[in-house]
Design a protein around this ligand. Structure first.
Ligand SMILES: Cc1ncc(C[n+]2csc(CCOP(=O)(O)OP(=O)(O)O)c2C)c(N)n1
Ligand code: SF4
Ligand SMILES: [Mg+2]
Length: 317
């Protein structure tokens, strides 16, 4: 005899994701571009954390770096230049069940998107923000960006940038309610990965500046740090970015920095004699706007209507 129809329905299987499950498309970046390393680290993080693809979203603006969402098989939003943070904030506010990642460039975040950058950090909604800083406008073929070094020649400033570069770390550290600020480099996959993992696990907005190689337009901008690791200062602390043997073997120049000490963080972030990498600030207790805006989520349509009516009635005269 045949059993009931329910007996034929297979038990739902536990899902196990491998790296290939997060791969999508063929990246259209120049060979040697640092964006590849960030993409690989993000896919690895998704695999290691077993992030459900349908519960993950990668949001970007416009730029070479902002093409990244196309290459991750999750939800993605390749938006408008300078606007990934308001888009990501909107997603976060209404869908607290999603893992939100933001990819932005130095032009995208630190020029046209500056207002959004400041307010997103202040709002401290849970998301991982990756600033891929190649010190140039890459996609539009080599214009000076706010993080281009003084004297660096570009198509807009052939005789060299006239101003000293804006420092995205000191700016972010200065924003009220900043809760996680870190810096890493694309050419050390172990440190890059460890930083992104800590950022993803942080309960709030985690801002990670990634010094990114652009062999096409700024091949010599970071060479100094890449060729000689003693020009890099590894920030260590028991509550900082965990450094494994691979990282410690490369970066011998180290300093301990307590990530609760904002004044010390600002001092380290401003250093120009070395490139500091590691965690500058961590405050898991900082206020979060997404927790406030989540009030009302899941309310029935009737309750929402009644609440809206009550709010309007307050103005009855
Ligand atoms: C509103 C608007 N202004 C200007 C542009 C042109 N534009 C596209 S990408 C870009 C700069 C990209 O530089 P960056 O954010 O550093 O990204 P990268 O290409 O270096 O990764 C500019 C100015 C645009 N697409 N939209
Ligand atoms: S122009 Fe630079 S940032 Fe853009 S893909 Fe090529 S190497 Fe990467
Ligand atoms: Mg750039």
């Amino acid at each position: 005899m045949y059993g009931l129809k329910q007996d034929w329905i297979p038990e739902p299987q536990a899902r196990q994701f491998v790296l290939e499950d997060y791969e999508s498309g063929v990246p259209r970046w120049c060979s040697g571009c640092g964006d590849f390393a960030v993409l690989q680290s993000l896919r690895k993080l998704a695999r290691d954390e077993q992030l459900l693809p349908e519960k993950t979203v990668v949001v970007s603006g416009i730029g070479c770096s902002s093409r990244l969402p196309h290459y991750v098989k999750t939800y993605g939003f390749h938006g408008l230049h300078g606007r990934p943070l308001p888009v990501a904030s909107g997603i976060r506010a209404r869908r607290p069940d999603l893992h939100v990642f933001v990819v932005t460039g130095d032009g995208d975040c630190c020029a046209i998107g500056t207002g959004h950058w400041i307010h997103a950090v202040h709002y401290n909604m849970k998301m991982t923000v990756m600033l891929l800083d190649n010190s140039i406008y890459g996609l539009t073929k080599k214009q000076t960006s706010p993080t281009t070094g003084k004297g660096y020649s570009s198509n807009t400033h052939p005789d060299g940038a006239m101003l000293s570069a804006l420092n995205p770390l000191t700016v972010t550290l200065g924003i009220t309610n900043a809760s996680f600020v870190a810096q890493t480099v694309d050419w050390n996959p172990a440190h890059l990965y460890a930083t992104l993992l800590e950022a993803h696990r942080h309960p709030g907005l985690a801002f990670v500046r990634i010094i990114q190689r652009c062999p096409h337009f700024t091949p010599d901008a970071h060479e100094h740090f890449q060729r000689d690791p003693s020009n890099v200062l590894l920030l260590t602390h028991p509550d900082g970015i965990p450094a494994d043997d691979v990282v410690l073997r490369v970066f011998k120049n180290r300093d301990e920095l307590d990530p609760t000490d904002r004044a010390a963080a600002l001092e380290h972030a401003a250093r120009e004699d070395v490139l500091p990498i590691g965690l500058f600030l961590r405050n898991p207790e900082a206020e979060r706007y997404d927790l406030c805006s989540a009030v009302g989520l899941g309310m029935s349509a009737e309750k929402k209507l009644a609440a809206a009516q009550a709010a309007v009635d307050r103005f009855l005269i």
